[in-house]
Every structure is written in structure tokens, then in C-alpha cells.
Ligand binder design. Structure first.
Ligand SMILES: CC(C)(COP(=O)(O)OP(=O)(O)OC[C@H]1O[C@@H](n2cnc3c(N)ncnc32)[C@H](O)[C@@H]1OP(=O)(O)O)[C@@H](O)C(=O)NCCC(=O)NCCS
Length: 193
């Protein structure tokens, strides 16, 4: 059981241990300060219900999303290792989508990068309506791994890429196939927005 709340800089001391336990190359404090002080950004935290004797429960996950031009970039989605597999990330993403869909009357376009080897994250994003639309070569500085670029837009909701900038259809066909996702590749139109 957990609750979702807006995060601020005051959450930093709770964020950093989760971040460091989750990544080989964690975000720095300065990166979080930058993102948490963006007036227009959305930073959500998931907090466990307090144990007996606690006044406040532990911060067990968070999500950071920033607007860039006319799209929203999901920058960080993290759940503390011991709290994974219980729907925390899905709850954070659903709260984000509900907030943005309400604010934009369903027109928000969201994008993110993910390592092709990060099966839990790939499955989470796919099940929340994101489609792979491209690849960034040697994106991650720690090991030179490529990033897959995923989008969640009004078009991707219909299995199309009309409003996605320069989609790479070979990546789309390779990744968004029926056994990974609910979209049939034959439904994908090759026109780009
Ligand atoms: C990716 C991550 C955020 C998922 O958080 P989580 O709270 O465990 O995810 P949830 O419990 O909400 O799971 C939602 C869906 O994600 C997928 N998923 C989660 N963990 C998975 C795993 N170990 N294997 C395969 N799929 C998994 C499943 O589709 C799952 O839905 P299901 O339970 O109905 O099958 C978490 O594993 C994490 O913090 N990883 C390290 C940081 C990271 O890689 N972040 C993403 C960077 S792009």
C-alpha cells in the first residue's frame, strides 16, 4: 500500500538512497535539484503507508517528467529494490498520465529513453501505452549501450506514428510486435508527423 504525492527539493534526502541503490551511474544531487525546481515539471513520489510508530511512511519510488518544447520527457522512473513488483511504478505512471491527459485534453505527447536490456522497464512502458519508435546509438555513457526511444501520443494509442517525429519503422516493427505489445505491426502506418 502506498500513496502518491508531488515531490519537492525537500524530498532529496529520501530520494538519493533509492537512486544510488538503483543505478550504477545514479543522477547527482544537482540533477535532481534542477528537475525538482522546474516550475512546469511534474515530480511524483510514492510513499509507503507508515509502519506502527512512524508518523510518515518511507519514500519507495519516484517519477520525474519535464516539458521540452511541445513534448513531455519522462526522465526518471525508479522504485526501491525491495518494493519492486508491487505496482508502484505503474501507479506513478498512471498518475502522470492522468494529470497530463486532464491538463491537455488528451493531446499530451510523452517520450522516454530506455535500455534495450531493461526488460522490466520496457514491459512497464509498453503496458502503459508507449511504443518503440527509434534508437539512439551509444546513448548511455557508462557502457555505450544504445537507447530505445519510446512515445506515448494520441497516435501511438492507435498503433500509429503520425505525431511522432521521424519514427524508425524498422525499430518499431522489431519491438512493437504482438508478443511484446498489443499492436499488430501490419497496422502501423509509415507516415511521420
Ligand atoms: C522498472 C521499475 C521502475 C519497475 O518498477 P515496479 O514498481 O517494480 O513495477 P510494477 O510493479 O509497477 O510493474 C509494472 C509492470 O512492469 C513490468 N515489470 C516490472 N518488473 C518486471 C520484471 N522484473 N520483469 C518483467 N517485467 C516487469 C511488468 O509489465 C509489470 O506489470 P505486471 O506486474 O502486470 O506484469 C523498477 O524495476 C526499477 O526501479 N528498476 C531500476 C530503475 C530503472 O531501470 N528504471 C527505469 C529506467 S528507464
Amino acid at each position: 500500500m502506498h500513496t502518491i504525492e508531488r515531490m519537492r527539493v525537500s524530498h532529496l534526502t529520501e530520494i538519493m538512497p533509492v537512486e544510488r541503490a538503483s543505478y550504477g551511474t545514479p543522477w547527482s544531487v544537482a540533477m535532481f535539484v534542477l528537475e525538482l525546481t522546474r516550475a512546469e515539471g511534474i515530480a511524483l513520489g510514492a510513499r509507503a503507508v507508515p509502519h506502527e510508530g512512524e508518523s510518515v511512511g518511507q519514500l519507495i519510488g519516484y517519477l520525474i517528467c519535464s516539458p521540452q518544447a511541445d513534448e513531455w520527457h519522462v526522465m526518471n522512473v525508479t522504485v526501491a529494490p525491495e518494493h519492486r513488483g508491487f505496482g508502484v511504478a505503474r501507479a506513478l505512471m498512471r498518475e502522470l498520465h492522468e494529470t497530463l491527459d486532464t491538463a491537455t485534453a488528451g493531446t499530451a505527447r510523452l517520450t522516454l529513453e530506455v535500455r534495450p536490456t531493461n526488460e522490466p522497464a520496457l514491459r512497464l512502458y509498453a503496458s502503459e501505452g508507449y511504443l518503440v519508435a527509434g534508437r539512439r546509438r551509444s546513448y548511455y555513457p557508462d557502457n555505450g549501450e544504445d537507447a530505445l526511444v519510446m512515445w506515448r501520443t494520441p497516435s501511438t494509442a492507435k498503433g500509429r506514428f503520425d505525431d511522432v517525429p521521424a519514427p524508425d519503422m524498422s525499430e518499431a516493427r522489431q519491438w512493437n510486435c504482438p508478443d511484446r505489445l498489443s499492436v499488430d505491426p501490419s497496422d502501423m502506418r509509415e507516415t511521420a508527423g
